[in-house]
Design a protein around this ligand. Structure first.
Ligand code: 6AU
Length: 236
């Protein structure tokens, strides 16, 4: 983040391998994290993973697979390491719903004994009407404390949810142009609000970049605004 002066994570929600790699090449220089939903890629192949890893190395970003694991420990350990995507073999980071309890984390950890891997716990969502109650958030934060060797951060919306300075706050729902996406439920804030008022360390931008006419230029613009807000917050 510091060397690239970037607290931008791009949400690369695209359905073809060529678009995914093209985004990694165009937005890659401006992001610290490249977030995938690998199960929406229609022409997935192991070669795509090799190409993503090469882009990650070339442009110095980490790969996050937004799998949102949410099952019992045994099942998530298989979902993480097996099947056609073999997520644990390439994704530096994954997302996890704490709804099953601590076993979801011990299950994931059991699949990656020798790899340098981590997760982000999704404790609050950006969507309208989401079910994260204050009790759910508090209990989820308790779980996060038990696994500092694997929980790298928290996906949440509110400043103050993350009080442990050892955890990064990742916050989606960021747009320069829109306040929502209609009946689909997403809710957006500006880059300044997300960092200054909502406490994001890293901000997730999807359609604001990937649907822009020039994704590289949009990524540059979001990076500059988000980093300026971050520097302002940490120096105030
Ligand atoms: O900017 P968008 O709305 O095009 O994309 C937002 C991205 C999507 C969602 O799957 C993801 O952020 N997301 C998450 C994550 C990161 O876990 C949590 C959440 O509460 N809201 C949300 O939109 O790839």
């Amino acid at each position: 983040m510091v060397s690239k002066q970037s607290n931008l994570c791009v949400a690369a929600d695209v359905t073809s391998a060529s678009r995914l790699i093209s985004l990694a090449e165009s937005a890659g220089p401006y992001v610290c994290l490249f977030k995938t939903h690998i199960d929406i890629v229609e022409d997935f192949s192991p070669q795509l993973i090799q190409d993503l890893l090469a882009a990650a190395q070339k442009h110095n970003f980490l790969l996050m697979e937004d799998r949102k694991f949410a099952d019992i420990g045994h099942t998530v350990s298989l979902q993480y390491s097996q099947g056609i995507h073999k997520i644990s073999s390439w994704a530096d980071l994954v997302t996890v719903h704490p709804i099953p309890g601590e076993g979801v984390i011990t299950g994931l950890k059991s699949a990656v004994t020798n790899l340098h891997r981590g997760c982000f716990l999704v404790v609050e969502m950006s969507s309208a009407g989401n079910l994260a109650s204050p009790n759910y958030v508090a209990s989820s934060m308790e779980i996060s404390k038990k696994h500092p060797d694997f929980v790298a951060g928290i996906v949440c919306q509110t400043s103050g949810t993350v009080q442990n300075p050892g955890l990064l706050q990742l916050t989606p729902g960021v747009s320069l142009d829109c306040q929502n996406d209609g009946h689909l439920g997403q809710q957006y804030n500006s880059p300044e609000d997300i960092v200054m008022s909502r406490g994001a360390d890293i901000a997730v931008v999807g359609r604001g970049i990937i649907q822009a006419t020039d994704p590289a230029q949009a990524a540059q613009e979001y990076r500059a605004k988000l980093w300026a807000a971050y520097e302002k917050r940490v120096s105030s």
